[in-house]
Design a binder for this molecule. Structure first.
Ligand code: BTN
Length: 250
């Protein structure tokens, strides 16, 4: 019996919940199931991750029982070139779910979710040959963070505990609603990201594979790309390893 049992029955079709006390990383364990042919829609949630991963191989801090760490298995029918769009969609789903508890959750392109400029959730999307794993970590009831982390939690923001399983259910419902829109309908969906875009209007530095760029963010394009204005020209950035606000270090 886990805290999550009562939301298992409320998952939208074809989503279903698998709870684990302790895993290495929900992304890694779900990938192993996907490679064995597991059907789309499995949501693996763990109380504790001993090797939770962030983007670019970073460790993911998720204290046992306080945070939410889960991964969702999708098997998109759209062309593979669109699959990376799922990270923006996941960020939007998380922001919308959190806005049941706070007035505004912002999206730091491509896939961090922030409240008041501090990170509350991170997303790690990984693709296999015929599947995508959407890994989501949310700071729900975390009370304290390691020194130097510009992070927050729902508990810190609201001043009280929040029921983790309700957030999980809400995120899965939002993701279920948006996941089919990575092809047609994606530009309309981007309006939700544009409204919450933390970077718009700010000067940023971007670390991309080939070089570093600096400019002012003008917004989000129809394919989810960041529109960066530098030297009077607007460039479309589809991927970046790191994005920092100039002068803020975040
Ligand atoms: C990031 O911001 O760098 C992404 C963090 C993603 C963390 C989640 S927690 C659930 C899933 N399992 C993992 O090992 N990572 C993701």
């Amino acid at each position: 019996m886990s805290d999550f049992d009562h939301v298992a029955a409320q998952m939208p079709d074809p989503f279903r919940l698998l709870w684990r006390e302790k895993v290495s990383s929900t992304n890694d364990e779900l990938r192993a199931l996907a490679e064995k042919g597991m059907a789309e829609g499995l949501v693996l949630v763990a109380e504790e991750q001993v090797a939770g991963r962030g983007r670019r191989g970073a460790e993911w801090f998720s204290p046992k029982g306080e945070s939410l760490a889960f991964s969702v298995l999708l098997r998109p029918t759209e062309q593979k070139g669109f699959w990376s769009r799922l990270s923006l969609i996941a960020g939007l789903a998380v922001a919308e779910a959190l806005e049941r508890y706070v007035t505004l959750a912002e999206i730091k392109w491509p896939n961090d979710v922030l409240i008041g400029g501090k990170k509350i959730a991170g997303i790690l999307v990984e693709a296999g040959r015929d599947f995508v794993i959407v890994g989501i970590g949310i700071n729900v009831n975390t009370e304290a963070f390691p020194e130097g982390f510009a992070a927050t939690s729902l508990r810190v923001e609201r001043g009280g505990e929040v029921v983790r399983e309700e957030i999980l259910l809400e995120v899965v419902k939002r993701l279920a609603g948006h996941a089919g829109e990575i092809g047609s309908g994606f530009d309309d969906l981007m309006d939700g990201v544009r409204e919450r875009c933390f970077l718009t209007g700010h000067r940023v530095t971007l670390k991309c594979a080939d070089r570093r760029r600096e400019g002012v963010v003008k917004g989000i394009g129809s394919a989810g790309e960041l529109l960066l204005e530098a030297d009077g020209q607007t460039e479309a950035i589809f991927q970046a390893d790191e994005v920092r606000l100039v002068g803020k270090g975040f």
